[in-house]
Structure formats: C-alpha cells, structure tokens
Ligand binder design. Structure first.
Ligand code: KG4
Ligand code: ZN
Length: 336
C-alpha cells in the first residue's frame, strides 16, 4: 500500500471536526459540526457547553468522515488529534476519542498543535508550497508571525501581547451590536463603510518590531462609541467597522511584509479564521505584489477550525516518525 491515510480529529474550541487526508495533501473528507448557533445565544463560546456538545457529536462526526472518504478504520494509517492549545474540556473530548480509537484499532497516534494545523491548511490547495516560508497566523485565539523552517520546525518571529486579531473583531462586533462570531459580520458591514472615516490607533510595541497589540484599537472603538452616546451623535456602524478593520489590517500587513523582507523570505502564507477577511487578503495581495513576495492563503473552509488541517500536519509528523503515547493529554496553553 503506497498511499498514507490520516484520520484527523479537532475539538479545541466550538467545532467538532474529523477528516481523512491522503498523502498529506488530498482531502478525502472534511466533516465540521459547528456549535456557533448555540454559543451565539451567549455572545461567545461557553466552555462547559462546548465540551458537552463535543461529546454528543464526536463519534458521529468521525463515522461520517470515514464514510465520506469511503474508507474504514482498517484503511487508516494513523490518527492525528489536536491536543492544544484550546479549551481544556473541549480538547479532552477529541484527545479521548483519538486515544480510544488508536488503542482499539491498534493505530499510531500523533498529537498535533492547533496552530501548526492552521499553518498546514495552506498545503491543501497549494501543492507547490513547501517550507521555508513565513506564516501570519490570525485566529480567534492567536496572532503570530511564524517562520516555518521545516514541516515540523517553527520559529516565532512575533506575537500579540494582549488580544488576538479575531478576538478584537469579535469584541468590536459585539460592541456595535453585530453578534458572534463578529469577524465575518464586520467584514461584510465594512464594505459599506469608509475605512478612513475614523482614525483608530495602530499600536507599536516598544523594542519588539514584529509583535502586536490589539487591545488599544478595541478600547479606542469602545471609547468612540461611548463618546457618540454621550454627545447624542448617531453612530455610523459601517464606518466604525471599516475604520477598525483597516487599523487591524494595516498593522498585520506592515509587520508581515517587514518581517519577510528582513528574513529574506519570498513566500508568505496567511492562516486562521481571520485569513478569510477580504480586506486583509486584498491588502496582503497588494503588499506582496509590490515586494515580489508570493502570497498563499486557504479557502475560507480551511481558514476556520477544521480537522483536515490537523490530518495534514499529522501526516508530516507521522512521516517524520513522531508518535504520541496513550498518555497523551490536552495542553490548553501549548506553545509552538
Ligand atoms: O481559526 P478560528 O476558527 O478559531 C481559532 O482557532 O481561534 O478563528 C475564528 C476567528 C473568530 O474570531 C472570527 O471572528 C474570525 O476568526 N473570523 C474573521 C473572519 N472570519 C472568521 N475575522 C475577520 N474577517 C473574517 N471574514
Ligand atoms: Zn483555530
């Protein structure tokens, strides 16, 4: 048998997902059961509810992934599962399921880092993309500039000191009454607004050129909204959305391009939920073209949480000989 099939499992936040990937690049199935509708009622992810929903769905999602791929467990070479970072109760459900299957079916187990999975999502549709490259990881929980040296070797170039980019989108969306998850809603509303209407801050971190801070821009938006309310000025929500989005995008693009130039990288990949933001994509495209950098990003379905990306990263680690024991545990604050 020449083909290597990996079953990927992901449950770090509010999607229960399983996927089968062939030879690290070909997605045979990609099942995602989203809990967004439930968490929307509370304006954000409620960890306890997330864990319970994962338990309800996980077996069904895994069976569906095998069925969609038209394979059985016998055909699978290894099980890869996200073991961190994320919500501990949520992670434990995927890790528990993966360990049970690995034990019962006598298959190797490979624990995968969620962020490394997001990065690997880029390999699915860009068959030519190979390390080294620079990756801008922008999700609900993380904002990192990562140099991908090899499939399993990473160097952190910069990260956020406070809020993640997606978190800022979600908080600002809530403040202007758009609901959860806010990123896609701001993206949409911003198209009707003027990105230069309001000057929100673009934070720099003293002494660390490639780090980020998004709590300042978020506070500036909240202050602006409070100011309008006190003065009885009607808020143009589209202008707020567009101006906030522009402030975030400007910083992300500037740092990513600067870092690539300094490091001599001619490829930048973008990953994570915010990578599907249309303003970020447009600005990255523009900046990369000007600097002769090739830009990569996944389709939206592979930007947000999914298990295909976990199977892809799992494949490369499996091929490199990485194996996890049945004592694999969830690590909520796992570092790259
Ligand atoms: O990668 P992801 O699914 O989860 C984490 O690992 O955190 O990312 C979810 C985040 C949320 O904060 C969501 O608001 C944001 O990605 N997001 C977007 C867009 N689509 C999703 N942010 C801005 N624009 C979008 N189009
Ligand atoms: Zn994620």
């Amino acid at each position: 048998k020449d083909d290597i099939l990996i079953l990927g499992i992901e449950s770090s936040c509010d999607e229960t997902a399983a996927a089968v990937v062939k030879n690290g690049r070909e997605v045979l199935s990609n099942v995602i059961s989203s809990q967004i509708a439930i968490h929307t009622l509370y304006g954000g992810v409620v960890p306890e509810i997330a864990s319970r929903k994962h338990i309800e769905k996980i077996n069904q999602v895994i069976e569906q992934a095998l069925e969609d791929a038209n394979v059985t467990l016998d055909d699978i070479d290894a099980i890869s599962v996200t073991y961190g970072p994320g919500l501990v109760g949520a992670l434990l459900v995927g890790v528990g399921a993966a360990k049970a299957i690995a034990y019962a079916a006598k298959k190797p187990l490979v624990g995968v880092h969620h962020i490394e999975g997001h990065i690997a999502a880029n390999y699915i549709e860009h068959k030519d993309l190979e390390p080294p490259f620079l990756c801008l990881v922008v999700s609900g929980g993380h904002t990192h500039l990562v140099r991908v040296l090899e499939y399993g070797k990473f160097e952190i170039i910069g990260c956020t000191h406070d809020d993640a980019a997606g978190e800022a989108f979600d908080k600002v969306a809530r403040a202007i009454g758009l609901g959860y998850p806010g990123g896609p809603k701001i993206d949409k509303l911003a198209k009707e607004g003027n990105p230069h209407a309001i000057e929100f801050p673009r934070a720099k971190i003293d002494g660390s050129k490639y780090d980020f801070s998004f709590s300042g821009v978020k506070s500036a938006v909240l202050n602006y909204l409070n100011g309008c309310e006190m003065k009885n000025i009607e808020v143009n929500r589209a202008d707020v959305a567009a101006s906030f989005q522009q402030a975030v995008v400007d910083v992300l693009v500037e740092r990513a391009i600067d870092a690539a130039k300094r490091l001599g990288e001619d490829k930048i990949a973008v990953a994570g939920g915010v990578a599907s933001n249309s303003a970020l994509r447009a600005a990255m495209k523009n900046g990369c073209e000007k600097n002769n950098i090739t830009l990569y990003y996944p389709s939206p379905v592979f930007c947000t949480d999914n298990a295909a990306m976990i199977a892809v990263q799992g494949y490369y680690e499996y091929m490199a000989g990485t194996r996890s024991g049945l004592d694999l545990n969830a690590v909520p604050n796992l570092k790259i």
